[in-house]
Ligand binder design. Sequence first.
Ligand SMILES: Cc1cc2nc3c(=O)[nH]c(=O)nc-3n(C[C@H](O)[C@H](O)[C@H](O)COP(=O)(O)OP(=O)(O)OC[C@H]3O[C@@H](n4cnc5c(N)ncnc54)[C@H](O)[C@@H]3O)c2cc1C
Length: 538
Amino acid sequence: MRWWGWGEDGHSVPLPPTAEGLLRDELGADPANRKPPVAFEQVSVPDARLPDALRERLASAVRAENVRDDRETRIAHAVGRSYPDLVRIRSGDASSAPDAVVLPASAEQVAAVLATCADHRVAVVPFGGGTSVVGGVEPVRDGFAAAISLDLARLSSTVEVDRTSLTARLDAGLLGPDAERRLREHGVTLGHFPQSFEYSTVGGWVATRSAGQASTGYGRIDELVEAVRCVTPAGELGTKAAPASAAGPSLRELVVGSEGVLGVISEATVCVRPAPGAWRYEGWSFASFAEGCDAFRVIEQADAAADVNRLSDEDETRLTMAMGSTGSAIEKVGRRYLRMRGHEGGCLAILGFEGEEDEVEDRRRRTAGLIRAGGGVALGHRPGDAWRRSRYAAPYLRDELLDRGVLVETLETATNWVNLKTLHQAVRDALQTALSGRGTPPLVICHVSHLYASGASLYFTFLARQEEDALAQWRAAKTAASEAIVANGGTITHHHAIGRDHRQWLTAEAGPLGIEVLRAAKERLDPAGIMNPGKLLP
Ligand SMILES: Cc1cc2nc3c(=O)[nH]c(=O)nc-3n(C[C@H](O)[C@H](O)[C@H](O)COP(=O)(O)OP(=O)(O)OC[C@H]3O[C@@H](n4cnc5c(N)ncnc54)[C@H](O)[C@@H]3O)c2cc1C
């Protein structure tokens, strides 16, 4: 991945021409005033401080060529991929770069590296794809002799499928596309497609309780994991692969979502499904976000939800119509058509069904009946197909926006249905207020994208003209939104995890005793406190 953004050199997704005008008119951003990243040579990296004795022991654990401290590798592991991460790295600040990047190829090598680091009091940051958006992979050196990134890219050979039980054992370092391609060779799919799919890993998903775009249908990663193997400084914690168990509290649950603070997930056994032979993605329109939320609740509670269910609020719909291929697909359906049905200024929904041809058709028909009864108007397959084609485009577009001096960030939460609209309004208001006093009003948009019988997630994107102190501007917005989430009954994170950025709000969620329990588990598994310091625990 590019050191300053998303994707690889030579691949970008250009902003549609309509976006330039929209940025100028709505945000007061001047698209001509470019803010490109500094040249690579200008990036400032502290000197690596890896004592010789430590380097030798690491080299004997993983071989010398897999202990890397060249400038390029260290910069590539300095930050994750949140907006503040990108602001810093694009400005040439790689002060958080690890002293070295170590690449083990087996659980045994991971264990040897952890033992060495514990002896030398070196902080260890497990690194999957580095797509964390909550500061999860940023090394913290304070109080340690050095900090290393433990990059799991070489731990990526095993894909062992049990077609009878429909499970698969996957190495933690497998990237999304590799894992999925190899599962498809066996005719199965994990069905886990986060927007970061191209660059995130199996271990990263499990360590952050990730949710894919089709998680309503296939399940979140925490629902798909049957067993884990976790290498901790105190030894290996393995959990049993069984469909269900009453053998006390689930230790698997302790590891899932542990964000590298307890140990390194070296492999996961996951539930898979036969790969779908057919899919149908389609657009729907609702007169309002409230109407759409009610319809989504009805389909979910009737066990008739699609695999992908996305409902944009009014502002996100307006922006989607103005920018990008989904908008032009709706144009083809016709604004007049929507106006005639009282849906001008309404909300767009995308429903996606996957499975076998007949099953897809049957499910679709049943869902369509409920959606129509809830006020939905069908827009056909074009908006759905356009959404599916562009499902991984947003992070490339974010780089384009950063180039034009635009603050663009996302955050997410979830709550019960009864509270969904209140929370939506509260977070919107908080972001609007935090960002408005500071120049042109921001754009705050939101969608619902993961449905549960008792509630749903809310995913906010906010855009504003970037201020001189871009990090202070982001912090003000992030704090205001997080306070609003906590005060209005939402979870501080539905799928991005805690990392560094949500730590201060975890006590509100887990309670002081809950935090003590987590600390006690960490002290037992990681007595030297070397595992991913500064993350998860407040
Ligand atoms: C553009 C973009 C879109 C995104 N979309 C989604 C989305 O749709 N759904 C979603 O859930 N998230 C999303 N994310 C967030 C992120 O991709 C997820 O948190 C993902 O699960 C991280 O995987 P990774 O392999 O990149 O992990 P990393 O970023 O490398 O690590 C994340 C955390 O897990 C720890 N970790 C990583 N691997 C291991 C391991 N093997 N053992 C122990 N700890 C480990 C790290 O130390 C860190 O704390 C998105 C991020 C971006 C930038």
